[in-house]
Design a protein around this ligand. Structure first.
Ligand SMILES: [Zn+2]
Length: 677
């Protein structure tokens, strides 16, 4: 019997894939991949591109093409059977990639190739493939001596246990506190939807009344809307002291010791691999080159944003005093009065904007804008094998030649994961002279059409669509022929959001809004007055938001850069950075860092700065369009050729400089955020 996952298809045969075929296909493909490794190493004294890299890439691509529809369908048309099949394969796949990353024979073959005459004959993208592979081998400790290698393994294992425990503590501390409220008057100010959720939470526990918890939606509703100041204070204290030595559950799920252990082991790991500290280790795979560069980047932004943040904070204090006779703001008052001030200044809701953004008009505008900028035509294909009736397929071509395809799955429904994302279905590569076209999945969760009304988007949703389409274009417009550095593959982590955030800019340009908006009944474009309100609301308290993000980024980066076991005090580092950057000083009991999972449990250790870094790149790239015209085709071509087409084939700084004519400047981001130095 033939398994559709093992056959060659131009596009995945979604409707023919059965859950019971998944695991056998993955088993067979993994066995093939392992066999290829044996074959390419067997008696290979002179590894070169064609006898080493190409056969490996072919086998990995076959695996990727079989797995992509499985993982996609698991996310968008989930079923118990498919989930079981998917989960059964995950450990096998992760085991395989670990095995490849630790493969001594493969490492030696790549190392030999990199030091051979053949290497210098390769083109730049091919050399980048080999360099990246060797870098990743080294970062996984393969080049260490036996004793160090063993220590490396122990450190990784311990870190994995400790960071898991950190997350568990945060989760338990979050779940471990709640407050049952029996008098609705105590919740005055909360929106109806939040009250309904609180009632539901109480009911689920068999209680009468309203339950408030430390889960973010519940916390957010109270801290932003509750008129009851004592309730806000109580919730703030519980939330800001989770998993720490302070607050109502002090010491119960305390992360203090885990944090110092994690930092100690990370510092040792970095030094074992030859880096001065963990911050330097983190940068080995990023666009930023040195710790000094990251710190001065963050400090520059802070210096320029802080005066504005102070002004905004003063305005908030004045507002609270004048309108509410509140002479002194505490940490639990900030969100509350900020929301009141925002409503007073720009009463505008996303719901008001919906009628102006029918999905068909938005898509048409998006295709029109990117068509002009990047010289492409986008056309829908109606006949194709789909996973759900809502799925759509589009062809991208240039001068009549097909160059890429993408699927769009726009609407929310049951059995579909929330959020929006772009994922890779096929990567662009050339195999024995045959070109494989790139294919992307674009997935959103918009409200489906109701009755005879078309699907209507909020402006936030329009921006999300542009963002994901930016990732999509990075994947689809690439001209690179080697899978490992083609499209979004091999792009440094702090540069990967450049094309996506970049494309969002068109959602705020009057000229572009004329193309993407049109009232679904009258066709009238977004009125000037609504547009102006929307733009003004966009930058509300942007200075305060900026310095808060910089405080977190600097804390994360400096802590990982300067940490010395037994010497460094985490709270002291945070206090120092706050005194340099922040405009709001939280109460002494605040232990925000004890639940900062991004850096203590997630992948953002010494990498939290990446959010701001990518924003600077995208804003600065867009500023060239502001200078030369937002629909300037020559500028669009330059962005396409220097950024979108190049994938991960060169260092991102070199690509940026090729497009912008200089290194990135923070000026555009500050200006777009309404911050003027
Ligand atoms: Zn993104």
């Amino acid at each position: 019997m033939s398994n559709p996952l093992l056959q060659d298809h131009l596009l995945p045969p979604f409707s023919k894939i059965k859950p019971e075929q998944v695991e056998p296909a993955v088993d067979q493909l993994l066995a093939e991949c392992r066999a290829v490794v044996e074959t390419v190493l067997d008696g290979n004294d002179a590894p070169d591109w064609n006898n080493l890299v190409v056969p490996l890439e072919q086998s990995h691509d076959r695996l990727a093409k079989a797995w992509s529809p499985v993982s996609h369908m698991n996310a968008v048309v989930n079923s118990d059977e498919l989930r079981d099949a998917y989960n059964a394969c995950l450990p096998k796949l992760s085991q395989f990639w670990t095995e490849m990353g630790q493969h001594q024979g493969l490492f030696e073959a790549y190392d030999k190739l990199a030091n051979s005459e053949a290497y210098s004959q390769l083109d730049e993208a091919q050399r980048k493939v080999i360099d990246n592979t060797l870098r990743d081998f080294r970062l996984s400790g393969i080049a260490l001596g036996a004793a160090d290698k063993q220590r490396y393994g122990e450190l990784q294992q311990k870190l994995s246990d400790l960071t898991t425990k950190f997350s568990e503590n945060v989760m338990d501390a979050t779940d471990g506190w709640s407050k049952l409220i029996s008098d609705e008057a105590e919740l005055a100010g909360l929106p109806q939807s939040a009250l309904a959720s609180a009632r539901q939470l109480a009911e689920a526990k068999g209680e009468a009344g309203w339950l408030v918890t430390l889960d973010f939606p519940s916390y957010y509703a109270v801290i932003t809307y509750a008129d009851n100041r004592e309730l806000r204070r109580e919730l703030y204290e519980a939330y800001a002291t989770r998993a720490s030595d302070q607050g109502p559950d002090a010491g119960k799920w305390d992360n203090s010791d885990l944090m110092t252990e994690i930092l100690t082991l990370r510092a040792e790991l970095a030094q074992l691999l030859g880096f001065e500290n963990y911050a330097a280790y983190s940068l080995a795979t990023k666009m930023a080159e040195t710790p000094e560069q990251v710190v001065s980047f963050l400090n520059d932004l802070a210096g320029m944003s802080r005066p504005q943040a102070e002004k905004e904070y003063q305005a908030l204090q004045d507002f609270a005093l004048e309108e509410f006779s509140e002479p002194e703001l505490e940490s639990w008052d900030i969100s509350y009065y900020s929301e009141k001030l925002k409503q007073a200044r720009y009463a505008i809701s996303q719901e008001e904007l919906r009628p102006y953004f029918p999905m068909a008009k938005v898509l048409d505008g998006l295709f029109n804008i990117t068509g002009k900028l990047f010289d492409i035509e986008i056309e829908e294909v109606t006949e194709f094998d789909r996973w759900h009736k809502d799925a759509r397929l589009f062809n991208i071509s240039r001068e009549g030649e097909l160059i890429a395809r993408f699927f769009l799955d726009p609407f929310a429904r049951a059995k579909k994961r929330g959020g929006a994302w772009m994922d890779d279905c096929r990567v662009r590569r050339v195999d024995n002279g045959v070109l494989q076209l790139p294919v992307a999945y674009l997935v959103c969760n918009f409200n489906p059409p109701v009755g005879d009304k078309p699907a209507l988007l909020t402006h936030n949703e329009v921006t999300t669509l542009f963002h994901e389409f930016g990732h999509g274009l990075h994947h689809m417009l690439t001209r690179i022929e080697y899978a490992d550095v083609s499209g979004i593959n091999g792009v440094a982590w702090d540069a990967v959001e450049l094309p996506s955030q970049f494309l969002e800019n068109w959602c705020y340009e009057a000229e572009a809004l004329a193309l993407i908006s049109g009232h679904y009944e009258t066709g009238e474009p977004l009125p000037q007055e609504l547009l102006e309100k929307m733009l003004a609301a966009k930058n509300f308290q942007s200075g305060m938001m900026m310095v808060r993000q910089l405080e977190l980024s600097l804390f994360d980066f400096q802590l990982h850069r300067e940490y010395k076991a037994g010497v460094t005090n985490i709270q002291a580092v945070l206090n120092r950075i706050r005194s340099e950057v922040a405009v709001i000083t939280p109460p002494a009991f605040n232990r925000f860092q004890h639940s900062f999972s991004h850096i203590f449990a997630g992948g953002y250790a010494a990498g939290y700065y990446s959010y701001k870094w990518a924003e600077v790149l995208s804003a600065d790239a867009f500023s060239r369009f502001e200078e030369e015209g937002v629909f300037n085709t020559a500028t669009g071509r330059s962005f396409r050729e220097n950024i979108l087409e190049m994938g991960g084939s060169k260092e991102p700084m070199a690509l940026f400089v090729a497009f912008r004519g200089r290194e990135p400047s923070v000026e555009a981001l500050l200006r777009h955020s309404g911050i003027t130095a």
